[in-house]
Structures are given as structure tokens and as C-alpha cells.
Design a protein around this ligand. Structure first.
Ligand code: GDD
Ligand code: MN
Length: 361
């Protein structure tokens, strides 16, 4: 059986045309299906709407209780409530054409270890021309940064199908925000992603719930998935990126303070502080963001301390190499790189084991 999950919030007016659309698409195919509306307790009379449909269509309403409104959680709960072995998730607002459900289902039956995605970005796929440039870029950039995680042209799609038992541990799923499809692709046991071209049309009724807050959540979610997939390597890359950003801040203050008339030695000593503080903060919320947070003050102090030791190490390696061997005296840049390398390893190890030493959540 195919269980079609439709997460909803304030979509009552879209439900009747959606249900009839699904019915028209599946009625003559012989596909045995159910539709589960997973609604986050919308105050829009959705219950009456579904009640009027149950006599004629295989549809039921699930309204989870006791948590905040959450699209991804709704999809997980819907999956757990489903009777079918095969799950298909789609939006309620008619952006996802019900006419493609049979094709997606067929693709899944051809290869049950695959994750099937309704994709706007493969050949013959499209999205609404009314899309704003902002939404367009947003979607493309987001897709680009998921490349190392999944082989999919449209990993943000909310239209997808999979075999329920391909995900072993639904409690272990930990999506933040909107991208439950991406979460499933990364954490499930799927051997491939199969994309079916779709024409995504913008909603006619109601409004989108995707806002800036969701975008920020997406970045946090992405970082978590990188850590899931690449382990410590993900943290190391993040740490490196934060360090590079810190260098930019350092330089910015170094020049700015001199512009304001500060002597360069003093400017150098001062610019260290905003840079190290921002590094500390970003490592706290980003690089090691999955680890439990410790109190600010003491952690900042430890970070500064290890950074200073790291810098001494950096300088010490340079000093010893260049004064101790003629070779490094000839190739001082190598000595400098060796110093930076040693300090980076030291800083990362100290951060990981001491400064941000709590367990990942
Ligand atoms: N249960 C539940 N809880 N459902 C929700 C919630 C929630 O908190 N927020 C949104 N939904 C439902 C909506 O009612 C709709 O059926 C579906 O999730 C998609 O929400 P929209 O608000 O229409 O999102 P969108 O059109 O901006 O985003 C769509 O396109 C994105 C890619 O551009 C969705 O398909 C996204 O998943 C997709 O990433
Ligand atoms: Mn929508």
C-alpha cells in the first residue's frame, strides 16, 4: 500500500481540490493507497473539511499534540502512523502535481532501495515563473552546498517517496526546520536517488510558511548533516573556515585602528581580541554547535588561552626552524607554514578536547 502524507498548517481550503486531484490520478491505476493529513492543529476548521471527505475518499487526519509546530516532525509522525510500506510526501498547496504520483510510485517499485524525488531541476522539470529572484537564488545556493552530502539536483524538494523500512531509526532522526527530505536521504539506507521531473507551481491559496527563520534553521541542519556524514572531518573544515574568517576580522581591525591613528604595534595587539572572540563564538554555535554549551565567560577565557599558547607555538616553531637550520632560513615561508600548521592542529585538538569538550547531542 502507498501512504501519501500531506503535512499541513492552515491549508483547509486546499484539501478538497488536493484530495480529488489525488483520487483522479490514482483511481484507475489500481494502486492501493491512503492519504494522511498530518496537521499541526490549524485553527481553520480542517477537521470538518476532512470529515466531509472520509465517506468518499481514503483519507484520514492526524493531529500530533504536545510539541511546537514543525513540518519535519509532522512527516516523521505521519510515517509512523502510516499503514503502507511505501511513503510519499507532498505539499498540500497543489504545488506538487498529483498527476505524477503514479510515476513516482512506479520508479520506487522498480528500485525499492532508491529515494525518489520530484525534482524541479532535472531536464523537463520547472518551477513557477512567478518565483522571485531571491527565492530562485536561495534555492540554487542551498542546493549547491548539499552536493557533498547527496547526489540530487533538488535535495530541497518536499515531494518524495521511499520505502518506510529503509530508515532504521525514526527516533534517531534529528531534522531542524524544513528539510526532512534531505535528512532522510542522508540518514536512510538508500542506494541511490532517482529524480522525476516535476513542474512546481506556486500556490493559489493561502501563503508560504517558509521564512528567514527557516533559512537559518536550514544552515544549522546542514551543518549537523555534514557532521553525521563526515564526522570529525566536518568539524575540522568548519573550524578552518572559522579561523579564516577570524583572520579577515583581525586584518580589518588592524587597518581600521591604524586609520584612526593607532600605532601599528598597538593595533596588532588590539585586533587580536575581536578576532579571537568571534572565533570563540562561531566555534561555540557552529563548529561545535552540536555539543552541549558551557557557560560563556570561562569558555571564552579558555579559548583565548589556548589561542595564545597556539600562537606561541606558531612563533616558536618558526623561530627554532629558522635559527636552527640553514635550510629553513633559506625557505622561511616553509617555516612559517610549519608554524601555522602546528598551531592549527594544537588549537583544534585543544578546542575539541578541552574548550568545547561536551558530548555531541
Ligand atoms: N504539519 C505542518 N507543520 N505542516 C507545515 C508546517 C508545519 O509547521 N509548515 C508548513 N507546512 C506544510 C504546508 O501546509 C504545506 O503543505 C507544506 O508544508 C509546504 O509548506 P509551504 O509553506 O507551502 O512551503 P513552500 O512552498 O514555501 O516550500 C516548498 O518548496 C520548498 C522548495 O522550494 C516545500 O515543498 C518545501 O519543502 C520545499 O523545500
Ligand atoms: Mn508551498
Amino acid at each position: 500500500m502507498l501512504s501519501i502524507l500531506v503535512p499541513t498548517y492552515l491549508e483547509a481550503e486546499n484539501i478538497p481540490p488536493l484530495i480529488t486531484g489525488i483520487f483522479d490520478s490514482l483511481n484507475e491505476t489500481g494502486i492501493f493507497y491512503e492519504v494522511i493529513i498530518v496537521d499541526d492543529n490549524s485553527p481553520d476548521g480542517i477537521k470538518n473539511v476532512v470529515d466531509q471527505l472520509v465517506a468518499d475518499y481514503p483519507v484520514r487526519l492526524v493531529q500530533p499534540k504536545g510539541r511546537e509546530r514543525d513540518l519535519s516532525m509532522s512527516v516523521i509522525e505521519g510515517t509512523l502512523a502510516a499503514h503502507g510500506d511505501h511513503i510519499l510526501v507532498m505539499d498540500a498547496d497543489l504545488s506538487h502535481p498529483p498527476g505524477l504520483i503514479p510515476l513516482m510510485y512506479r520508479r520506487l517499485l522498480e528500485d525499492e532501495s532508491a529515494f525518489v524525488v520530484g525534482s524541479r531541476y532535472v531536464e523537463h522539470g520547472s518551477f513557477d515563473t512567478r518565483w522571485s529572484l531571491w527565492r530562485f537564488f536561495n534555492s540554487h545556493i542551498a542546493t549547491l552546498i548539499t552536493r557533498p552530502l547527496v547526489q540530487c539536483q533538488d535535495p530541497m524538494s518536499g515531494f518524495f517517496a521511499f520505502r518506510r523500512d529503509r530508515v532504521e531509526d525514526y527516533d534517531g532522526l534529528n531534522p531542524i526546520g524544513y528539510k526532512i527530505g534531505l535528512e532522510l536521504m542522508v540518514r536512510g539506507n538508500f542506494t541511490s536517488v532517482r529524480e522525476v521531473p516535476i513542474n512546481f507551481s506556486d500556490r493559489e491559496l493561502g501563503e508560504s510558511k517558509l521564512n528567514l527563520n527557516q533559512q537559518i534553521k536550514f544552515l544549522r541542519h546542514l551543518r549537523r548533516l555534514y557532521t553525521v556524514r563526515f564526522g570529525a572531518l566536518g568539524e575540522i573544515l568548519n573550524y578552518g573556515a572559522v579561523g579564516a574568517g577570524g583572520l579577515v576580522i583581525d586584518l580589518l581591525f588592524y587597518y581600521l585602528l591604524q586609520l584612526l591613528g593607532m600605532p601599528h604595534q598597538l593595533a596588532r595587539a588590539c585586533s587580536f581580541w575581536p578576532a579571537v572572540s568571534s572565533n570563540w563564538y562561531l566555534n561555540r554555535v557552529a563548529t561545535f554547535g552540536e555539543r552541549k554549551r558551557r557557560p560563556h565567560g570561562r569558555q571564552w577565557f579558555e579559548f583565548v588561552l589556548t589561542s595564545l599558547v597556539g600562537f606561541s607555538l606558531n612563533w616558536g616553531v618558526y623561530y627554532i626552524l629558522t635559527s636552527g637550520t640553514a635550510y629553513f632560513d633559506d625557505y622561511r615561508l616553509l617555516a612559517l607554514i610549519a608554524g601555522v600548521g602546528a598551531a592549527s592542529v594544537f588549537n583544534f585538538v585543544m578546542s575539541s578536547l578541552v574548550v568545547y569538550n561536551e558530548k555531541r547531542q
